[in-house]
Structures are given as C-alpha cells and as structure tokens.
Design a protein. Structure first.
Length: 315
C-alpha cells in the first residue's frame, strides 16, 4: 500500500461524497479487503499482514440482526461478571485505547448498558489542570482506580503520553522515556496488588478513520467529538502508527498484555471486545458457549503482530 497517500485529497473526496450523496453512499465508498476463504482459520502470515496493513477480513459489515442476537447473551454474561466482582470483592480496570474515531466510546456504552452504575464507572479525563501538571504523571489516573467490588473503564488512559502527547509534542522526549520505563513496572504492581487489568487497542484503517471524522463533523449532534487535535491527527497518520508500534513493543508484558481489536466494523469490534473480556475472566456461572475465545481475525495479541526486529509493513 502507498504510504504517501495525500490525506487532503482523501478528505476532499469523502467530503464531496457526503455533500452529494447520503450517508450510506459514504460507507459504501470504503472498500473492504478481499475476504479470506474462512476468516476464523487464518494462517500466521496472513494474520500478521491483515492486522499490520489494517486490512479487514470480511466482505460485509455485520448485520443488525446478527449483532443484536450476539450482543444480548454477551451482556447477560457481563452482568454475571459484575455480580461476581461485587460479591467476591474483586477489582477490574479496562483501558480503551485507539486512534480518534476508532469506536472506543460506543463499545464502552455497550459494556455499561446493563451494568449497575453503582459498581461500574467510566473515566474520560480532560487535559490536565495546572495542579495535575505539577504531580506525578500517573497520579490523576490512579486516583480513579476501583475499590473492592468495582469496575472502572478508562476511555483513553495514561497511554496518552505514548500516543497523542508524543505525536503532537505536548510532552518532551524525557517525559516519554520516563513513561516507557515506569508504565510496565507500575502495571506489574497494579496486577500484583490484585487488580485485573485489561488493555484494549481499537485499530482502524486510514480511510475508515477519515470517513468517521468527516461524518462526525457534518452531524450537529456529534460535532463536539471532533476537536482541533482530531483534525490535525488526520495528517499525522504515519507518526501515530510509529508511536502505536513503539507502545506495543515497549509496554506489552505478561502481566499487562495489549490486545488489538480490528474496528473498521463497529459491531464486530464491540462483540469481540465483550467476548475477549469475558473469556479473560474466571467468574461464577460462566457460560463457555457464549464467553468463548473471540474471532481470531478480529482480535490478536499485540506481541503476535508486532515483534522486535520484525521488518516494517506498509500500511
């Protein structure tokens, strides 16, 4: 794939479609990769290529009927999970990371939809205050950690330092290097203290991000989701890609591994994110016919896709 695609031309092209046609026309303009013969049986080389090149293995998006049929049983299992965490006093933290418009917020809403809000919280922090800027970087995140019997979902997390802050120059090289040293050590201590920590990264293709940002910008109910930083990020695709890959290589650990979820199809991403979390947790009355391993063409361990010393792949 050509790494020198002109984002400005792409944005104008999608804008013209949005103006001259309806929303479905925009969505249909985004081609999917040619589907594999059986997406659940991907060979190792194809699996790595499909994840690293941001190719999507299905020819069509998941239909609403199939989505709703799978979502409800998974949400029932999520309620079982929350009840177990409450009853036995466990603590669970889930990080939702990814590029702008990757679908993190929508997935979080599906997690929270039937949970008791007294035992589950969503943390989406604004830029740090002057006081927070004077504190240890991780301090404002740790202050929101769960107590016994509680779940906390972070809509973006301390990994802002490895992503947007690094790419946009909001923090310096020394801050970044200190973060890379401290994050794995901190996460190991978090896990050793008894907190369950799950790190999810939602991965979308360049054209799909472009389509979603343009769609938001034209929707008066969603315009608030598009910030000046979001617009600038369109022209920094490669920089974000390099930052993401470095983050995986430097902060993936046995104690706190990264899980990648291909998110060009929002419905498949939500279903498989829920399934991955449920499959990862050992809770009472677990239905293994529902809380089984997620689709391997949608979900992968970061260490499987990004290995130190592996040659780069155009994306």
């Amino acid at each position: 794939m050509n790494r020198n695609t002109n984002i400005g031309e792409d944005l104008r092209s999608v804008s013209e479609i949005a103006v001259n046609g309806d929303a479905p026309a925009v969505e249909e303009s985004i081609p999917y990769a040619r589907p594999l013969p059986d997406p659940t049986r991907i060979g190792s080389e194809n699996r790595i290529r499909y994840f690293r090149e941001n190719l999507f293995p299905y020819a069509e998006r998941m239909r609403n009927k199939e989505y709703n049929a799978q979502k409800l049983p998974l949400q029932v299992e999520l309620v079982k999970l929350q009840n177990w965490i409450r009853d036995v006093g466990e603590r669970l933290v889930i990080l939702f990371e990814g590029r702008d418009a990757a679908g993190k917020g929508g997935t979080i809403r599906r997690f929270m939809e039937h949970w008791n809000p007294r035992g589950a919280r969503v943390i989406a922090l604004d830029k740090p205050s002057d006081v927070e800027n004077g504190q240890w970087y991780f301090q404002r995140y740790i202050s929101h950690f769960p107590t016994s019997g509680e779940i906390v979902l972070f809509d973006r997390s301390w990994y802002n330092r490895a992503g947007v802050e690094r790419v946009m120059g909001f923090s310096g090289e020394r801050d970044y290097r200190l973060f890379i040293q401290q994050a794995p050590a901190l996460e190991r201590m978090i896990v050793e203290s008894g907190v369950h920590l799950i790190k999810l990264y939602f991965s979308i293709s360049r054209r799909e991000q472009l389509r979603r940002i343009e769609s938001r910008a034209g929707d008066p109910l969603k315009q608030w989701k598009v910030s000046p930083v979001d617009r600038l990020s369109i022209d920094k695709w490669e920089e974000y890609t390099e930052a993401k890959e470095a983050m995986f290589l430097l902060t993936h650990s046995d104690a706190a591994p990264w899980t990648i979820i291909k998110a060009d199809d929002k419905k498949r991403a939500r279903i498989n994110a829920m399934r991955h979390v449920l499959h990862s947790m050992d809770y009472d009355d677990k239905d293994l016919s529902i809380a089984h391993a997620p689709d391997p063409s949608i979900v992968a361990s970061a260490v499987e896709i990004y290995r130190a010393g592996a040659p780069p792949i155009d994306r």
